[in-house]
Write a new protein. Sequence first.
Length: 262
Amino acid sequence: MRTFGAILAALLVVAALAAPWLAPRDPAALDLSLRLTPPSAAHWLGADELGRDVFSRLLYGARVSLAVGTGVVALSLAAGLLVGAGAGFYGGWLDRFFNVIVINTLQAFPGVLLAVAVVSFAGQGLGKLIIALSLGGWIGYARLIRGQVMAMKEREFVQAARALGAGDVRVIARHILPNIARPIVVQSAVGMATAVISEATLSFLGLGIPPPAPSWGSMLNDGRGHLFDAPHLVIFPALAVMAAVLAFNFLGDAIASADAHH
C-alpha cells in the first residue's frame, strides 16, 4: 500500500508541477466546434461543453488541489502545533480554555459548513479558501499533539533535560517534537486527502476557485448536466479526486503501519 500510495502521490505532484509542459492545450481555450467531443486521439479525455480540453483541465486542476491541500495542512499544522503543544505542556487553565471551550465550540460546526460560511462572507480566492478550510482543520492536529505532548513530557529524558536547566521552548523543540513526529506525519497525510475532497466539494458548490481556473470540483459541477450524453465530463474528474484521496490515505495508513511494527 505504501508503494501504491507513493506512486499515486508522485503522479499527482508531477501532474501539478509539470502541467504547463504536459498539457496539450490551454485549459481555458474555448472551441465550440469541439463541444462535448468524446475521448479521441486528438483529445485523450474529450472536451467539455465549451470545447475545452478535459485532460489539460485535469492537469491544471491538480495544481489547485495540491496547492489547497499543502496550504491547508501547513496552516492547520502550525496552528495545531502552537495550541496543542502549549496546552499539553503547560496544562491548567490554558489546556481547559483551548480543549474545552475553543475546540469544543468549533467542533459544533461541521468543517465544510464552516468553510462554506467563511467563503460566502469573505469571497472566493485561493488564499481565502485555504484559510476557510484551515479554520476547522487545525482541531485534529491540536488534539493529537496535545495528547502526545502530555504523554511525552513525563518521560525520563524530558525530565532530565528540564533538570539540567533546558528552557521550555528547547525541551519542546529538541526533546518532545522529534519523538512525536511520526503520528503528526500520518495526520498530515490524511489531512491532505481531507483538504482535496473539501476543496472539490466547495468548488462543486461554486464556492471554490473562481472560473476560468480549472478545479476538479467545478469540472464535476459543469459535467453533471451531461451525465448521460457526455459521461466523460464526470467520470475523469471523479477518478482524479478518488486517486488523490486514495494516494494520501494509503500513505498515511502505510506510515502508521510501519510505526506499529516498530
